[in-house]
Design a protein around this ligand. Structure first.
Ligand code: AMP
Ligand code: ZN
Length: 102
């Protein structure tokens, strides 16, 4: 999706450090952290939100990635958050899971 921030980050059109990457997803630090550690786990495929997910194998893979990311980042306690829809606070219309930890 050409005007999507996360697709642009994936395509290196916007610079960002990948703290994790696999065939399904990548993870970056949130530019406006709302906790000491605030990571975004983003599928490589442009899917607008959880409402558009058809194959939930993707969600399984994202949570498997979260476990690996947390191990790498020494995160033992955390919250995960998926905002779905602008009325729920979703600002970037490309599915992502927040990891928040102090
Ligand atoms: P949401 O409100 O769930 O859509 O979350 C979008 C998140 O993306 C917000 O927490 C933003 O701070 C974050 N964000 C927006 N642009 C960037 C960027 N270029 N790099 C990292 N995080 C970003
Ligand atoms: Zn996108």
């Amino acid at each position: 999706m050409s005007n999507c921030i996360f697709c642009k980050i994936l395509n290196k059109e916007i610079p960002s450090e990948f703290i994790y990457e696999d065939e399904t997803c990548f993870a970056i630090n949130d530019i406006n952290p709302k906790a000491k550690k605030h990571i975004l786990v983003i599928p490589k495929e442009h899917i607008e939100s959880l409402n558009e997910v058809e194959n939930f194998d993707l969600i399984k893979k994202l949570f498997e990635a979260i476990k690996k990311i947390n191990k790498k980042e020494n995160i033992t306690h955390f919250k995960t958050l998926i905002n779905t829809g602008s009325k729920a606070g979703q600002e970037v219309m490309h599915l992502h899971i927040h990891i928040l930890s102090d």
